[in-house]
Design a protein around this ligand. Sequence first.
Ligand code: NAP
Length: 242
Amino acid sequence: MTLLLLAGTGEAQQLARHLADEGRAAVASLAGATRAPRAMGLPTRIGGFGGEAGFLAYVAEAGITAVLDATHPFAAQISARTARLCAAHDLPYCQLLRPEWVPVAEDRWTDIAAEEEAAAHIPQGATVFLATGRQGVSRFANLDGRRLICRVVDPPEAPFPMANGTYIVGRPPFSVDDEISLFTRLGIDWLVVKNAGGAASESKLTAARALKLPVAMIARPPQPEAPCVATVAAAMEWVRAL
Ligand code: NAP
């Protein structure tokens, strides 16, 4: 058996460590979005497969017998495609999908379906923290008249695509205290957040709650209709049962 672990999340890091500790034959795969990714402790391939045909060729060539998809809940294309191809080729597939965040009474969230909808809620003149990553930042082009600050993992290679925006660099995890200081120092009025779920990046929401800041919460894209687990422990159980 050789497992393909689709990575790009903290959970994938944890899974890689468990797989290595248990001596399981597995290859981790990263899209190559982060310039200096943390070592996975497993043989790792980096970069897209080159579409559907490239993925199938890789699976055949590397002798992959099962796929554990621990990509980000917003990495909709890779999950949908992999689930579909695995079903079509009788390859066991499981998605690790962490539960969504849900608001508590003190939270001031506005649910939005897509980045472009933030402009309907965030007033002119606001300073906005985009916790949504570099990818897709141009989808906030209609937030003119607001000051945009987008946090990215790697120092940006290109300037911010809109004149009213800047990047700040920061590599997670961030503590609640760090997030409170950052939002205060930057004079943040609104946050825009993807409903990624998970404890590791929840500190920004706890900080927003403490500071009574409103949050535009982007809903998750549709997920594959395929076997799915919610925790690293359950994903490892799935692997052991293969
Ligand atoms: P995506 O839109 O679902 O996928 C775009 C393309 O990236 C795929 O078609 C595939 O290229 C390649 N790809 C994605 N994940 C891959 C992996 N683990 N190994 C090899 N190729 C992969 O994904 P995305 O939203 O661009 O995210 C890219 C990566 O960043 C994912 O691994 C995800 O876990 C991580 N990430 C995403 C977000 C987010 O908000 N979207 C946040 C944090 C981390 P080919 O078609 O060439 O195979």
